[in-house]
Ligand binder design. Structure first.
Ligand code: PMP
Ligand code: GLN
Length: 382
């Protein structure tokens, strides 16, 4: 193993899901739903498999998917994208994010991440030989906001890019217009590209609405927008994602993507195209269910003394365990299967600072019965 890769710890999701299987615990760790996606979409995939759509798709993705992504961006955000040059299909959002980072970041280049950050961004920056700088979120009357002072201070003459995730895993924050405007201003002042991770774009609650950064003035030509079908349509195992942006930026991502996977699962792409056009009702029902499950988990964790923090989106919320006497959240999460038969994820891998040491991420994208059973176990735990 090269020193570069040896410096990256194994992903926490593998560790904790293996622990859940090994101990037979209820898994409130890794973010995947118990329930399947819309039947119509699954049927399109099955028909595509049986109908022979099983050889290499075009490198940029099957035209039907690229066209459906362009229509989706038009319908939801008023964007006008050319599906030929401004949409690229990827192996989930993960490949789009990693390819973008590999294409933009050279040895010694700096990338600004918002802490807590999704773990794959840091791994991709390290694989590229780059250096990450992190900027925190700060509490406000209404949740969390970007520390915009820290953002300005984090940018140096080596900075080439910023990665922004909203709606945000693991805090459930939906960044507001002021934060997006601050990011846009910094990006334009310092000539940065912003890679946005919008995989939870439709999974917002309490009237919050996601605004893509690329819709702000001056940002269309410096934003690489990444999303995927996994979360919106409850098919995390499909790994169908997409990148949108200016033709130049999409070509930049393609330069790396072509050597990573070349092309992605052919029969799943028409199914996702179908879903983007015809299954948005499923997505709004899913968001409503997730909001109800967020409430259930929040109330249950509070009753169990596990101090949940407010979440306005995604699959997740953070809980504070600093009053419970564990040395850190990792120790707490490693002991939890034995104590309660439940798995959760320590927030530490999402942080460089010590701010995550006493925080646990809990997933509410599970069936109500799973959440109820897990809460009962947590309430009874010693
Ligand atoms: N970004 C965030 C914030 C995530 O939570 C996840 C997990 N699904 C991903 C990216 C990866 O998405 P995909 O499974 O489409 O690669
Ligand atoms: N995005 C999901 C999570 O945050 C799954 C992570 C993964 O499988 N890498 O739990």
């Amino acid at each position: 193993l090269t020193p570069r890769l040896a410096a990256i710890p194994p992903t926490i999701f593998t560790t904790m899901s293996a622990l859940a299987v090994r101990t037979g615990s209820l898994n409130l760790g890794q973010g995947f739903p118990d329930a399947d996606g819309p039947t119509g979409m699954l049927e399109v995939a099955a028909r595509a498999v049986l109908g022979g759509a099983n050889q290499y798709a075009p490198g940029r993705g099957v035209p039907a998917l690229r066209e459906a992504v362009a229509r989706h961006q038009q319908r939801h955000y008023g964007l006008d994208l050319d599906p030929e040059t401004q949409v690229l299909a990827t192996a989930g959002a993960t490949e789009g994010l990693t390819a973008a980072i590999l294409a933009l970041v050279g040895p010694g280049d700096e990338v600004v991440l918002v802490e807590p950050y999704y773990d794959s961004y840091a791994a991709a920056v390290t694989m590229a030989g780059g250096v990450r700088r992190t900027v925190g979120l700060v509490p406000t009357d209404d949740g969390l906001a970007l520390d915009t002072e820290a953002l300005r201070a984090a940018v140096t003459d080596r900075t080439v890019a910023l990665v922004l995730n909203t709606p945000h895993n693991p805090t459930g924050t939906v960044l507001g217009e002021a934060d997006l405007a601050a990011v846009a201003a910094v990006a334009q002042e310092h000539d940065l590209v912003v890679v946005t991770d919008e995989v939870y774009e439709h999974l917002t609650f309490d009237g919050r609405r996601h605004v893509p950064l690329c819709t702000l003035p001056g940002m269309a030509d410096r934003t690489i927008t990444v999303s995927s079908a996994g979360k919106s349509f409850s098919v995390t195992g499909w790994k169908v994602g997409w990148v949108t942006g200016s033709p130049e930026l999409v070509d930049t991502v393609m330069a790396a993507k072509q050597w990573l996977t070349f092309t992605n699962a052919a029969p799943l792409q028409p199914a996702v195209a179908h879903a983007l056009d015809h299954e948005m009702g499923f997505v709004s029902d899913l968001a409503a269910t997730l909001a109800a499950h967020r409430d259930l988990l929040t109330e249950g964790l509070a009753a169990a003394g596990l101090r949940p923090r407010p979440s306005r989106s995604t699959y997740f919320l953070l809980g504070d365990i600093s009053h419970l006497g564990w040395s850190d959240a990792t120790e707490f999460c490693l002991a939890l299967p034995e104590r309660a038969g439940v798995v959760a994820v320590p927030a530490q891998p999402f942080y460089d600072s010590a701010a995550g040491d006493q925080l646990v991420r809990w997933a509410f994208c599970k069936d109500r019965s799973t959440l109820e059973a897990a809460l009962e176990r947590l309430t009874r735990a010693d």
